[in-house]
Design a protein around this ligand. Sequence first.
Ligand SMILES: [Zn+2]
Length: 323
Amino acid sequence: MIKHLSIAISAVFFVVVLGSFERSASPNPLQRATLKTIIVDAGHGGHEPGTNGDYSTEKAVCLDIALKLGKKLEQGLPDVRILYTRTTDTYPTNPWRADFANKNKGDLFVSIHANAMPPIKHTKFIGYRKETYYTGKGKARKKKTRTVPKYSVYYTPNTRSGTETYIWAADRADEKGEFVAETVQDSAEFVPDINDPEFKAKSLLWTKKHFDKSLLLASMVEEEFTGSGRTSLGVKQRNWKGIWVLQATGMPSILVETGFMTNREEEDYLNSEKGQETIAENVFTAIKRYKATLEGKQQPNSGIQKEKKDLLPKAVMTSIKNK
Ligand SMILES: [Zn+2]
């Protein structure tokens, strides 16, 4: 859900702020290509439930899936350190999540969320009613009646379904700033000097450095979902007008919207053992493929580009270009 984006983006925002100077010293963009540490982030938690379905909360679904994903990563990639922003029903603040990822030198930040859509509003004509109104002033004031149409308003659940994986992007500066207010609130504890040329240059460098990797992994995640019969809504990117620093990421990072809490069928899937297992397996397989791709490259400057073209489904690339 949109709201959740601000959380993860704020998290990345702090990663950038806290980590950019330390790490930007690396001259080779893929020098840290090996995955040593993965941060698994279960969205929301504690007093912040995220979105609600008919009978369950996003925070609980996120945690279940994140823990299953983490377990698969621990077992399947024993040479990689797996760290969790939370393992129980708590709410780590966004700065804390980012600081945690940064302090532990995360090579990848994977945030697990579930989506939501507002109910669909319907307006139905149900007849006419008499309405009283007045004309004139003082002694000339007269009471009159007229006939006006009468409507009933009702809502039906939004049946939108499917998965989508978000990455943060730098190439869409004209995007509407629809999430800005929320983000400002979230990041109120730290206000960077966005006019500092040195900071700006480094952050933009970081964006470029991590964009390809984030896109590669995000595409693989959506491919895996599709392979399991899910409807993929694609890889999506958001930009935040007025807060350019959010265009940069401190490490390759993705936010996975695993399904819609507001679609009863998907809510059931998200809460089922089979559904959670499958989602965790999909993301795990994508991370394994991503890791293998990074490690297989002998020429880091050109390899990732070639690999990306080979692996990205055309639909995904089209979706990205048309956004
Ligand atoms: Zn969320």
